[in-house]
Design a protein. Structure first.
Length: 294
């Protein structure tokens, strides 16, 4: 849980750094994949984890498919950052936990409690308030970057659900294979001329997004993913937009409206509903398990 919290908190600053890189989405994700592959490959080798790998053909296919979703999740998210403010983009992207919770209840048959349903509804309303009602019109939707943020959310949800089923391969191997695959997936779309005019500040931001936001964060993310329930994951990822909004307010001059403030309050209120234990539901779950055993 601590690893997931750290990874989400760091990832919350990625929008701020991405706007400082001076690169379009495909180029930036390409560099991130290179940096992460080098970082994770070194960690994998130094720790000796590669010697203890238990390779499974079916799981490798799952890892690579998850990697495709992951890479295009990054591309769509950075594309959204290019077209709208970081706060709005990350707020729309924040719909991903709702998709994870809903899809997880269907795919993994995880019981969705009344509090879980309430938290989903409250967080959804909060996210809508943060986005702004004007952006919900057809014209506003098509002219903004909301579509890219929604696609990023969808691919993120798919990445999370597929990642939960990876249990034999180490987190080093998972993220190494996925970022290595990303290099070849993105190579045809990269414009290398975009790198010629970059400043030292641009390169610093690029390297941070590559080694920290990609290498370190996704190691922590995937290493914790397999041990947490979908509902817990859906709560912890709320740290991402919280950090993003704070940085956007502190460094880029973003000032939330009253509706956006109300949305932020609702999101965290929804988190509290999800975290609140429910003894009666736990008892019913235990009884159902006993019935299955008997």
């Amino acid at each position: 849980m601590v690893k997931m919290m750290v990874s989400m908190s760091i990832f919350g600053s990625i929008g701020f750094f991405s706007t400082q890189t001076g690169l379009p989405s495909f180029d930036l994700v390409f560099v991130r994949c290179i940096c992460a592959t080098l970082f994770l490959g070194m960690c994998w080798f130094v720790t000796g984890e590669y010697k203890r790998e238990k390779w499974n053909a079916k799981e490798i296919k799952q890892i690579l498919l998850c990697g495709i979703f992951l890479v295009f999740n990054w591309v769509f998210l950075f594309k959204a950052f290019e077209m709208m403010s970081v706060t709005v983009a990350i707020s729309v992207y924040h719909l991903a936990p709702v998709l994870v919770l809903l899809l997880g209840s269907c795919i993994f048959k995880e019981k969705l409690t009344v509090l879980g349903v309430m938290s989903i509804f409250i967080c959804f309303v909060g996210t809508i308030l943060i986005i702004g009602v004007k952006e919900l019109t057809i014209d506003g939707f098509m002219s903004s970057g909301i579509l890219w943020a929604l696609l990023a959310a969808l691919f993120y949800a798919c990445t999370t659900l597929l990642g939960k089923g990876i249990i034999h391969t180490s987190a080093y191997a998972v993220t190494f294979l996925q970022t290595f695959l990303g290099i070849f997936l993105l190579l045809p779309f990269v414009h290398f001329n975009d790198f010629h005019l970059l400043t030292t500040a641009n390169w610093t931001a690029i390297l941070v997004t590559g080694f920290v936001h990609t290498g370190l964060v996704y190691y922590l993310f995937f290493d914790s993913l397999r041990y947490l329930k979908t509902q817990v994951i859906s709560v912890l990822v709320f740290l991402d937009p919280a950090v993003a909004i704070l940085l956007d307010t502190a460094f880029t001059g973003f000032r939330p409206t009253l509706f956006q403030l109300a949305g932020i309050v609702l999101i965290f209120l929804g988190m509290l509903f999800t975290l609140k234990p429910k003894p009666s539901s736990q008892k019913s779950i235990s009884n159902s398990k006993i019935k299955k055993i008997t």
